[in-house]
Design a binder for this molecule. Structure first.
Ligand code: ACO
Length: 426
């Protein structure tokens, strides 16, 4: 039975169909709203707006559910690898053993970046933020790797290049920022081990691969791999809707992710915990500050636009955090502080009433610190993880039969028609 929503406006009744997703979530299809009624909708932050239909990721913020292509995130975190998960997101199915082998070969073939790109790296100022560098270099890839002949080749090779080169480019930015020699990828290492090798290997001290850290990084990236229509993914789709090349759309996504309210929160959490530590560990003061409406300070790593229950990724990261610190015998006072802060916040009426729980960024910084990743690289780590999701969403939007150039409307609130005033009369 078809369902409709009725809208009464200026004495007339209009009907708009209800669209139902596979998990039963309902939306009003208002694609004919303006042409039939002359009205548009006003929805700041798109909090009630579905921008597309998508078969990639399902999340239920009330129940704390996250699934990629139907598979619960908990199962992927336990059994899958980042590369397998990336394949799943981009191709819509788990790879066979042979397909996975082929992907590894392609990743090795495309893991180097053009030597001339090093000149750009070397000329960024010393203190440049690695997210700015990564976003610029992702865009620069188009100039170094121009368009291929066929659309299919273009999409497949560009996707492989991006996934493989992003970790080389990220590690390069770190090495160059330290004034160290760039380390080349090794074909015998898997994706996460190769990244750690390129980050930490030096001519005087070869990096010893630690399987606990390698697995932790793999899981960290799986947990970040997609999150449906978030700020950076919507950016990739919107920029991509102008039919720009994939490198440019991804570069825009990286820039969007940088902000502290989005992916930059993992860095902001560690900065905040250090501040609290300097303040003698007074987490109650931080909680009071976050509740004060006159103070712009917020508890970083808390709250989410969609999750109104505990973020399932945060649950898994918190567990992983405990496990790796125990296995590696590391004691991190910031972890103790984070746990105390969480306990205070979760029992506070303000946080309870507003359904504010720790999000993925709350504990992820502590995991990254255990790996030796410097704080200003945290959001880069998130970007590497989110890349398969951005690519999958971009690819889906390219094949979408309902595709349209992204172009929202507005309610104009400026002056009505006003005459120009010559400069000598102002
Ligand atoms: N600390 C204190 N108060 C908060 C917090 C917080 N972290 N988050 C939300 N609130 C309050 C707001 O002040 C607001 O209060 P009000 O209703 O009295 O005005 C209410 O909770 C709702 O918050 P909004 O900002 O309207 O909710 P929105 O869905 O727009 O915000 C966001 C989500 C941006 C993530 C917010 O919770 C926040 O700023 N958190 C801190 C930054 C952070 O951790 N970002 C990472 C998110 S996960 C990710 O993107 C990877």
């Amino acid at each position: 039975m078809s369902e409709y929503v009725k809208l009464e406006f200026e004495g007339k009744i209009y009907q708009f169909p209800i669209v139902t997703g596979t998990e039963g979530e309902k939306a009003i299809d208002i694609s004919e709203l303006r042409s039939s009624t002359g009205l548009i909708t006003l929805d700041p932050g798109y909090a009630n707006t579905g921008s597309c239909a998508s078969s990639i990721t399902f999340m239920d913020g009330e129940k704390g559910i996250l699934r990629y292509r139907g598979i619960p995130i908990e199962q992927l975190a336990e059994h899958s690898s980042f590369i397998e998960t990336a394949y799943l997101l981009i191709n819509g199915k788990l790879p066979t053993g042979e397909e996975l082998k082929q992907i590894s070969i392609l990743f090795n073939d495309h893991s180097l970046v053009h030597e001339d790109m090093q000149i750009f790296y070397q000329n960024f100022p010393r203190g440049a933020h690695p997210m700015g560098i990564l976003s610029s270099m992702a865009n620069a890839l188009r100039s170094f790797y121009p368009e291929l002949q066929t659309i299919e080749e273009e999409i497949n090779i560009t996707v492989i290049r991006l996934l493989s080169k992003v970790r080389t480019m990220a590690a390069m930015s770190y090495k160059i920022s330290r004034g160290h020699k760039v380390v080349y990828p090794r074909p015998d290492y898997k994706y996460p081990a190769n990244f750690l090798h390129m980050m930490f290997d030096t001519p005087v001290k070869p990096y010893e691969i630690n399987e606990t850290l390698v697995r932790a990084l793999d899981v960290f990236w799986i947990l970040h791999a997609d999150h449906e229509q978030n700020c950076s993914t919507s950016t990739v789709r919107l920029v991509g809707s102008g039919r720009v090349n994939l490198y440019a759309a991804i570069s825009a996504g990286i820039s969007a992710l940088w902000g502290p309210l989005h992916g930059g929160a993992n860095q902001a959490v560690i900065d905040m915990l250090k501040e609290i530590q300097k303040d003698g560990g007074n987490h109650q003061r931080a909680v009071e500050k976050a509740k004060d409406k006159k103070d712009p300070f917020r508890l970083m790593g808390f709250g989410h636009r969609v999750y109104k229950a505990y973020d399932p990724r945060a649950k898994l990261i918190k567990k992983m955090c405990d496990k790796i610190l125990k296995e590696l015998d590391i004691s991190d006072p910031l972890l103790d502080l984070a746990k105390e802060l969480e306990e205070v916040a979760l029992t506070d009426d303000y946080f309870i009433e507003k359904n504010l729980y720790p999000n993925v960024d709350f504990y992820s910084g502590i995991v990254l610190r255990a790996m030796g990743i410097p704080t200003n690289m945290f959001t880069v780590m998130f970007a590497i993880g989110r890349l398969p999701g951005w690519i999958a969403q971009w690819k889906e939007s390219m094949d979408d039969p309902m595709w349209k150039l992204g172009r929202p409307r507005q309610v104009y609130t400026g002056p009505s028609i006003t005459d120009y005033i010559p400069i000598d009369q102002r």
